[in-house]
Design a protein around this ligand. Structure first.
Ligand SMILES: Cc1cc2nc3c(=O)[nH]c(=O)nc-3n(C[C@H](O)[C@H](O)[C@H](O)COP(=O)(O)OP(=O)(O)OC[C@H]3O[C@@H](n4cnc5c(N)ncnc54)[C@H](O)[C@@H]3O)c2cc1C
Length: 392
């Protein structure tokens, strides 16, 4: 196919990385990046950490758009519809943009609790504006409740506590990040939080918000108990931002469903948090919500737009920073695998866990041991080594 215009919908990590990869690989045609937000592309991981804490200003999280990118950046004009047959995208302002290839990179929309929109002091955290709004409320608050014990909720709780607030973390699972890390590491994370003064109210349902005069006053648990709060951060997950694809005929099922080449239809691709693609090696349709995936998938999508026939078969990877712990997770270190310490030691706060199930390594987790964890990454997918190499 002759390629003269590529349109990327979603001007953030994955969309920008796709555009940059296209240029690096020699694409010289027209390139358009359409973004729903007014901000130029920026990086999200610092939002729940340094930006929330005030250690980094908003201008430092801007993603570099290199001079050679030579793309038209249309900001503050969300896509509202797509005709896959003509590859035409309609925008909120009435633009109609047609291209030879359309890349869907619209990420996620956070879920929230009923009534949150009309209640002052209740926040979600997905965008830079969300982070700044939450920060300004944290600065004048005394008590914060974070709802949701996943990665984002645990990070917000750690940051808010580091800012000196009285912080409670509430959520249905019995330990922070249990679903991502399994019981051993999640138990250690629980100790890290409580050791730093975060109150954990985990393992039970959250029923809703309490408010007075339009402002939040607390979070009601399933037991009826109310956790008092001046500010509440809701981090209960997010949904792929695919509403604008309704009526397009494309298959949407927890993300834009794609083949193993990240292609949803002829000339239509998906990348980043929004993409549900077929992982050939694992033989399953999956979606990843992490920063490294946004970059790695973009490279494969750019290749395929340019005529390659590459399946996307990554080893998933994410990191999180909480208090003095930098945790790096390669593969799938989930609760369904058995975790064993293979480097360092738990008491010293520096170690590597290997996760295994049915005799095969499923994941590796580094806790303040990035290099050692990375060195063990090639073990993932293979049989559990019977003899340990001597520690480097
Ligand atoms: C607070 C926070 C902290 C994080 N920390 C970590 C971390 O420590 N480690 C890690 O690995 N990952 C982390 N992540 C995840 C990581 O940031 C994401 O995986 C990454 O941003 C995904 O990039 P993306 O481009 O697919 O989606 P996004 O970054 O969500 O970008 C999607 C863009 O599309 C735009 N958009 C949506 N709908 C439309 C539309 N209809 N038309 C046009 N534009 C639209 C959105 O406004 C947005 O700008 C974090 C995420 C958040 C929110």
């Amino acid at each position: 196919m002759l390629l003269s215009h590529v349109l990327v919908v979603g001007a953030s990590a994955a969309g920008l990385a796709t555009a940059e990869a296209l240029r690096r690989k020699g694409y010289e045609g027209r390139l358009t990046l359409l973004g729903g937000e007014l901000h130029p592309p920026y990086d999200r991981p610092p939002l729940s950490k340094q930006v929330l804490a005030g250690a980094r200003s908003p201008d430092t999280v801007r993603l570099r758009t290199s001079d050679v990118l030579d793309a038209e950046l249309l900001l503050g004009d969300p896509a509202v519809g797509l005709d896959p047959r003509t590859r035409t995208v309609r925008t909120a302002s009435g633009r109609e943009l047609s291209a030879d290839a359309v890349v869907v990179a619209t990420g996620l929309r956070p879920r929230t609790l009923p009534g949150a929109q009309d209640t002052a002091g209740v926040h979600v955290l997905r965008t830079l504006d969300d982070a700044l709004a939450l920060r300004s409320d944290l600065l004048v608050a005394r008590r914060a409740v974070v709802v949701g014990e996943g990665v984002l909720g645990s990070e917000i709780a750690a940051t808010a506590r580091s800012m000196g607030l009285d912080v409670t973390l509430a959520g249905p699972r019995p330990a922070p990040m249990l679903a991502q890390l399994g019981p051993l590491a999640a138990g250690l994370l629980a100790e890290l939080h409580t050791g730093n003064g975060v109150r954990l109210r985990l393992g039970g349902a959250v029923a809703g918000l309490e408010a007075a005069g339009g402002r939040v006053t607390g979070v009601r648990l399933g037991t009826g108990e109310v956790l008092p709060a001046d500010v509440v951060a809701v981090a209960i997950g997010a949904e792929p931002a695919t509403g604008w694809l309704a009526g397009s005929g494309l298959r949407v099922d927890d993300g834009l469903v794609c083949d193993s080449r990240c292609r949803a239809a002829e000339g239509i691709y998906a990348v980043g948090d929004v993409a549900a693609w077929h992982h050939e090696l694992l033989d399953t349709t999956m979606r990843l919500e992490n920063r490294t995936n946004a970059t790695e998938q973009a490279i494969v999508v750019a290749d395929n737009i340019l005529g390659a026939d590459r399946p996307y078969v990554p080893v998933p990877y994410f990191w999180t920073d909480q208090f003095d712990a930098r945790i790096q997770a390669h593969g799938r270190p989930g609760p369904d695998a058995e975790a064993t310490v293979v480097d360092g030691d738990l008491a010293g706060g520096r170690f590597v866990l290997r996760y295994a199930r049915d005799g095969r390594v499923t994941g590796v987790l580094g806790w303040n041991m990035p290099r050692q964890a990375r060195l063990r990454r090639p073990e993932i997918g293979g049989p559990v080594p019977s003899l340990e190499p001597s520690a480097p």
